[in-house]
Design a protein around this ligand. Structure first.
Ligand SMILES: Cc1cc2nc3c(=O)[nH]c(=O)nc-3n(C[C@H](O)[C@H](O)[C@H](O)COP(=O)(O)OP(=O)(O)OC[C@H]3O[C@@H](n4cnc5c(N)ncnc54)[C@H](O)[C@@H]3O)c2cc1C
Length: 580
């Protein structure tokens, strides 16, 4: 088994992340960088060992389903409960919560690596720990001090798990359809009534529920105005049951160990997160966090499939030699590695930027900077928050799209046995197929990215990439590749001029422009990696040469038929309607 603490993770921890700058801004004063980074390494080494030890049982018990409990709740199967217990005993839950509430306050980048390892071992277990951390983060950011004191230490100890309750029968991608109602109470609490569906970990101790305010219910119906995010505990503090229960579980194609629940709220006691009317902002933070989480989950599953396929191809002999010697198999394996590493590069880049922003926010909150420095920092923060708003849907889109591609290639490399449940790769493929759907489908991510691009995000991203590529010098190969990526930036700009003149056409091509931008961003980050580790040049070159060609094809498709394309599709479909 390969080490879960991968060379790429080590590269970012040891060389690429600017820990000194991060810690100086976050903590003030002169940080003990060696001690802090040493602690990050210890967490990752411990996680790597623990995650690797969980892998075998996770695959053997993969088919075991989550179950309803006699108290009206739901729980994962035994192997996941036991694995979770091990994580709690090792202190490896809710790792980003602040020290003030007993947490480890780990940077997002380190937490992302932790999550990737969890997912590589067990994508179902990942859903529990991922949501737990996401819920804890949102509580820390938006809840009252009283609620934070009450809940965050329980999240850190592992006593409390969380869930994110948004989806309803008529509110999937469009959360404007939410009908769950929040009613104000004289004591400052609220009551929640309604039914949510597809809720991961619906038996959780703490539900973060998106619901519509009762006093503006009719006026706001059908829109995302008037929504509140409400913390609804499973049990009340006096030990009584709250009005929450799980009437049924879904039976799914994969992630069987992750409880996917219908959740009923009946006069359930709740507490607002954030002021009234700001629920959508708290929810967006929660969702964006979850989107990056699913991107990380995808990289974890894809990486598991790649390592399985690589091992098998080396062992399986046909025509008198391991199939790993066949050029077509080599090409498939290399493509898998390139897909995993490029998605990982985009994510790590995004996590590092989020950490920088968090550190800037902490510095501004401390208020010990001279006014002109604070103003500059605020400007840089606003600028980079906008960058993260574009990067987040791109990470979710790309990570989740490459995942089933990689797991399918892994099945192909396993041949016939890959299609049976004797091989782990079929299980990984089944798990991979949810990624492009939950936490916002690929179509929704591409449309969000398009919207951010239209609001100036594209111009900003291209300017940044241009600067970064321009700064690449020295090594001739790296400089040549940087030039090649530079040509791609020009093509993106040309396509944008065609796209942004017509919104329906832009929406039709949202995935294409997103892919072109992803290609440019990953290419630049892979070249950045080469600067720290020259041995990575082959992977970067393979990615760039392939993706520049593919991007040119996308550019031609965007440019060639902006007029009449939607109508042509409509005519194709209408011909079927006539035959029905
Ligand atoms: C296993 C599992 C776990 C889940 N966990 C949770 C959870 O913990 N919490 C929670 O709240 N929800 C959860 N969900 C729900 C999940 O987030 C939704 O299923 C998802 O957002 C899609 O919504 P939908 O199923 O209603 O699809 P729909 O919104 O009905 O979409 C149907 C199709 O139309 C496309 N579409 C819709 N609108 C647009 C548009 N504007 N532009 C382009 N295409 C569009 C979609 O991409 C999709 O292809 C989970 C779902 C599953 C299956």
């Amino acid at each position: 088994m390969t080490d879960y603490y991968t060379p790429t993770m080590r590269l970012y921890i040891d060389r690429l992340a600017d820990w000194e700058g991060y810690l100086r801004l976050r903590n003030g004063g002169t940080p003990d960088v060696d001690a802090e980074v040493g602690a990050y390494r210890t967490v990752l080494e411990t996680t790597a060992q623990l995650a690797a030890s969980l892998e075998r049982r996770a695959r053997e018990d993969w088919h075991l389903e989550a179950e309803l409990t006699p108290d009206g709740g739901a729980r994962p199967p035994a192997h996941i409960r036991e694995a979770y217990q091990e994580l709690c005993e090792a202190g490896l839950v809710s790792l980003t919560v602040s020290e003030a509430y007993g947490g480890a306050a780990l940077p997002t980048l380190v937490n992302g690596m932790f999550m990737e390892m969890m997912s590589r071992a067990d994508a179902s277990l990942f859903t529990l720990v991922g949501l737990q951390n996401g819920a804890a983060n949102d509580i820390e950011r938006y809840a009252s001090e009283e609620l934070k004191q009450l809940w965050l230490p329980r999240f850190v100890s592992g006593e409390a798990l969380g869930s994110m309750d948004l989806t309803e029968a008529k509110a999937g991608s469009d959360l404007g359809g939410i009908t769950t109602r929040v009613t104000e109470q004289p004591d400052g609490t609220v009551r929640v009534d309604g039914t949510k569906i597809f809720i991961t970990n619906g038996g959780a101790d703490v539900h973060l529920v998106l619901a519509r305010d009762g006093d503006s219910y009719d006026q706001s119906k059908g829109t995302t105005n008037g929504l509140s995010l409400v913390l609804v505990p499973w049990k009340l503090e006096d030990g009584r049951r709250n009005g929450v229960r799980v009437p049924r579980l879904e039976h799914k194609l994969g992630i069987h160990g992750s409880p996917t629940c219908e959740v009923l709220f009946e006069n359930a006691v709740g507490y607002r997160l954030g002021a009234k009317g700001q629920g959508f902002r708290a929810m967006l933070d929660l969702m964006n966090n979850a989107r990056l989480g699913v991107a990380e989950q995808s990289v974890g599953v894809a990486s598991a499939a790649f390592h399985e396929a690589r091992r098998y191809a080396g062992e399986r002999e046909q025509f008198g030699q391991p199939v790993a010697k066949q050029p077509l198999v080599v090409a498939m394996l290399a493509k898998m590695a390139i897909n995993v590493e490029s998605a990982r590069s985009l994510l790590y880049r995004t996590f590092a930027l989020i950490d920088k922003n968090t550190a800037r926010e902490a510095a501004l909150r401390r208020g010990d900077l001279p006014a002109d420095e604070a103003a500059k920092l605020q400007l840089a923060l606003d600028h980079d928050l906008a960058r993260v708003r574009l990067l987040t849907p791109l990470c979710k889109y790309y990570g989740t799209e490459i995942c089933p591609d990689v797991t399918r290639d892994a099945m192909q490399i396993f041949g016939g046995i890959g299609y049976t449940m004797d091989a782990d790769v079929a299980k990984l493929h089944a798990d991979s197929l949810i990624m492009t759907i939950y936490e916002g489908t690929s179509e929704i991510q591409a449309s969000f990215a398009l919207r951010e691009m239209g609001k100036g995000g594209l111009a900003g991203a291209l300017a940044h990439l241009k600067d970064e590529l321009g700064a690449i010098s020295g090594d001739a190969k790296r400089a040549e590749l940087a030039m090649l990526v530079g040509t791609l930036l020009g093509r993106i700009q040309q396509c944008a001029q065609v796209l942004f003149t017509d919104l329906p056409y832009a929406l039709l091509r949202a995935k294409m422009i997103a892919e072109m931008v992803i290609n440019a961003k990953c290419a630049t980050e892979l070249l950045h990696q080469v600067g720290a580790d020259a041995a990575r040049v082959d992977l970067a070159e393979a990615f760039i040469r392939r993706r520049v060609i593919e991007s040119e094809a996308l550019a031609k498709r965007i440019e060639q038929n902006p007029v009449g394309r939607l109508e042509r599709d409509a005519r194709i479909l209408a011909s079927y309607a006539a035959a029905d």
